[in-house]
Design a protein around this ligand. Structure first.
Ligand code: PLP
Length: 408
């Protein structure tokens, strides 16, 4: 296999064309170690949705990380990547009977609503089994938009069942004789950069676990605390201080009856922390124009290449720079970067400072390893689509891509 870990962006593009995602296994390994080292009492699960590239999923499995999946196809991909049933959690709203049938033998299913409990119970009754499952709880504690980028709990939410509603449903759940609740899953939000928020979240989920054991009388064997571990997207953003978090969480865990009395699996899940920095998006500037005094760089592949900055309005949160191997102009200018799609919403960055560019220069968006390839509108307006290049730890390069289509 070809070695390409020493290649600059120009060489990668010359060899593989553009647009391109480039993923580096060595960076993923580094990130796994950082998180595992900070949370020594927890099992780490990888959230496939961040980047379901099969090579990445297989690497996670080889590293002993579990699979956090959110569709029946992701469950099947986890099986293909080698994960065992006890290390695949399947949690998402809106599971159908077909989803449950497809995954029942391959994953621990986490029910997302009271209706879903009835559905799973019905399927298990037909099969004549009693199935251990988890349930996703929408916690009563909340966080603010300064604490996380995407808040998914602690508010009225489409995810899980409200914590306050549990006791009133105790008998209802007990009457579902073909299921047994053995785990809880909570996910409050993504992109937390404040370690106090992460700590508070873990602390209140421990209390919730205690409640489920003592009040709901569930024999819990796992608690999935979610995660939300953030990454800095810009040089001036402070990274999550995992060094400060570590002793606080260790002390907290040591005090939990759940942990000291009975060995409950403590799980955290992470997507972006593990893969964001491992990926970059490379493309070329195909046109440059000035319109009414404003300069626009037009790139091949905006929302059809890397949609997230457009969709999330994260224009400020994307780091854009010129690739190594390209002559660097010292002089900077204010520009907006747009994709080549014939729609005004295809703007990747507005009014940012970049070194002076020419048509044909390479534009590199860093921290593009999560929510990139599969989240983008790749077929919209039918341009040449991005490829994915995976560089393993030995520095060997391989083209991957379209792997999300395997189970369609
Ligand atoms: C339930 C759940 N788990 C895990 C994740 C992964 O989040 P992140 O990539 O920020 O770690 C998400 C993101 O939406 C989620 O909804």
């Amino acid at each position: 296999m070809m070695k390409c870990d020493q290649w600059g962006d120009q060489e990668v593009i010359t060899h593989y064309g553009y647009p391109l995602y480039v993923y580096e296994e060595s960076v993923i390994e580094r990130q796994i170690h950082i998180l595992e080292e900070a949370l020594t009492d927890f099992e780490l699960f990888y959230s496939f949705k961040a980047n379901p590239n099969l090579h990445i999923c297989e690497f996670m499995n080889r590293q002993g990380v579990g699979a956090d999946t959110a569709s029946s196809n992701e469950v099947l991909k986890a099986v293909k990547a080698g994960f065992s049933k006890e290390n695949i959690l399947y949690s998402s709203p809106g599971k159908t009977e077909e989803d449950i049938e497809k995954t029942i033998d391959h994953a621990i299913i986490v029910a997302d609503s009271y209706n879903e409990l009835i559905l799973i119970n019905k399927i298990c009754s037909r099969k004549g089994i009693r199935l251990p499952i988890g349930i996703r709880i929408n916690p009563a504690h909340s966080i603010t938009s300064e604490d996380a980028l995407e808040i998914m709990g602690g508010t009225p939410s489409k995810f899980g069942v409200d914590e306050e509603s549990l006791l009133a449903h105790k008998e209802f759940i007990e009457n579902l004789s073909h299921i047994e609740i053995i785990g809880i899953h909570v996910y409050i939000g993504s992109q937390m950069l404040n370690y106090h928020t992460v700590y508070d979240n873990i602390q209140s989920i421990f209390a919730m676990g205690e409640f489920c054991i003592t009040q709901m009388k569930w024999n819990l064997s796992f608690i999935d605390f979610g995660g939300g571990f953030g990454v800095p997207y810009l040089p001036d953003e402070e990274p999550l201080d995992l060094r400060a978090l570590k002793p606080m969480v260790q002390e907290l865990v040591a005090k939990q009856k759940i942990v000291t009395k009975k060995r409950v699996r403590l799980i955290v899940e992470s997507g972006r922390f593990l893969v964001t920095e491992a990926g970059r998006f490379l493309t070329k500037i195909v046109d440059i124009k000035v319109s009414r005094g404003k300069k626009f760089l037009i790139i091949h592949g905006g929302m059809n290449g890397f949609f997230r900055p457009v969709f999330m309005n994260l224009l400020h949160a994307v780091s854009i720079s010129y690739g190594e191997g390209i002559k660097q102009e010292k002089e900077e200018e204010l520009v907006s970067v747009g994709g080549h799609l014939c729609t005004p919403i295809d703007m990747v960055a507005k009014d940012i400072l970049l070194p002076k560019a020419q048509i044909g220069d390479i534009l590199c968006i860093r921290s593009a390893g999560s929510y990139g390839y599969t989240m983008s509108l790749r077929e919209f307006i039918d341009h040449r689509q991005a490829k994915e290049i995976y560089i393993d730890k030995q520095g060997s390069c391989m083209i991957t891509g379209g792997v999300g289509d395997d189970f369609r």
